[in-house]
Design a protein around this ligand. Structure first.
Ligand code: SF4
Length: 326
């Protein structure tokens, strides 16, 4: 580990000023400390923001939810308001990491976490995300767990978060506080596809601090849930996953929110699947037909072709679990 200085922020303004001066924010530290040990990350200054007052889950005036950036994953998963309104969020959180990690890691840190591509964490390997211009060892290497959607010739790594898939499906908004004040970024624009600059991963400007994630109010009744498919049943990242929320009234699907995880360089919103569902009556035939669109534009690699079929089946199965049907 390289030497660094450490400072504790006592209010958000002080934190942002320190961030603007080049410091890196740290809260739970469950990703950053690992990466510092492996010398993948070498921050000169850490700003501990864990004492800032960003630990509440509140109902917004419009009936949505605002989850403070420093709410722990475990706290958010157990929160009654989250469980009652958006089971897809609590399920995604409960299927993430280990209980110990969920008790430390925060919502803000979760959406800022970096890829689990093994080459990214191996400082002897070529990796454009860690060392721009060096190449991508995964393109011809062990790419079984890598992305099939949103990839580029520069990077094919998946985004590892589960709850980010739920946030993408529900069309959440990220609230940021920076030197110029507060701004909001739609979640689907917050995480960046790699393109030619895979080292730029989030739409965060210098010094900006995530203060909350807001979930919009959606029509009720709303059924929702998260399905995660992985090599083993605990403490493992998704091969594929599906976040689904459906508003069904009068036997007709009025609203559909669907996103996939484990397959995209960012959580992968599926508007073509949603369009196929809206205005239709739930049925097994409909779920299968809609799920075909989940792989629109997919570009599998040599070792992850199985994800194309697996993704279709994951989406179809979760549509059936959430929406019922015959
Ligand atoms: Fe690096 Fe991305 Fe290639 Fe992995 S897939 S080695 S993170 S450039």
């Amino acid at each position: 580990m390289h030497p660094f200085s450490y400072t504790r922020a006592t209010d958000t303004r002080q934190a942002v000023a320190a961030g603007r001066a080049g410091g890196r924010y740290i809260a739970g530290g469950t990703t950053l400390v690992d990466l510092m040990r492996e010398t993948v990350e070498r921050p000169k200054t850490l700003i501990d923001i864990s004492g800032l007052p960003l630990r509440e889950v509140t109902v917004t005036r419009r009936g949505g939810l605002r989850i403070g950036a420093l709410v722990r994953m475990g706290e958010a998963a157990a929160d009654r308001k989250v469980r009652a309104s958006y089971p897809v969020i609590s399920q995604a959180l409960e299927l993430s990491a280990s209980a110990q990690l969920r008790n430390m890691a925060t919502i803000g840190g979760n959406i800022m976490q970096r890829t689990r591509c093994t080459y990214f964490r191996d400082v002897s390997a070529d990796c454009n995300k860690r060392d721009p211009g060096s190449g991508c060892a995964a393109l011809e290497g062990h790419n079984r767990t890598h992305a099939i959607l949103g990839t580029s010739d520069a990077c094919v790594a998946t985004h590892p978060s589960d709850v980010a898939v739920a946030f993408a499906a529900l069309e959440a908004t990220v609230h940021l506080l920076g030197p110029d004040g507060e701004r909001r970024v739609p979640f689907v624009d917050f995480l960046l596809r790699p393109g030619n600059t895979p080292n730029h991963e989030q739409a965060v400007r210098k010094g900006e601090l995530i203060i909350a994630v807001e979930i919009p109010a959606l029509p009720r009744p709303l059924r929702s849930g998260y399905l995660k498919v992985r090599d083993r049943q605990s403490y493992e990242f998704a091969l594929t996953s599906a976040a689904v929320a459906l508003h069904i009234r009068g036997g007709v699907i009025r609203e559909a929110k669907v996103a996939a995880g484990g397959v995209g360089t960012v959580p992968w919103k599926l508007p073509a699947v949603e369009r196929e569902l809206i205005g239709e009556r739930p049925s097994n035939a409909l779920w299968a037909k809609a799920a075909e669109h989940a792989v629109d534009g997919a570009r599998p690699l040599q070792r992850n072709r199985f994800k194309v079929e697996l993704l279709k089946r994951t989406i179809e199965r979760q549509l059936r679990i959430v929406g019922g049907g015959k």
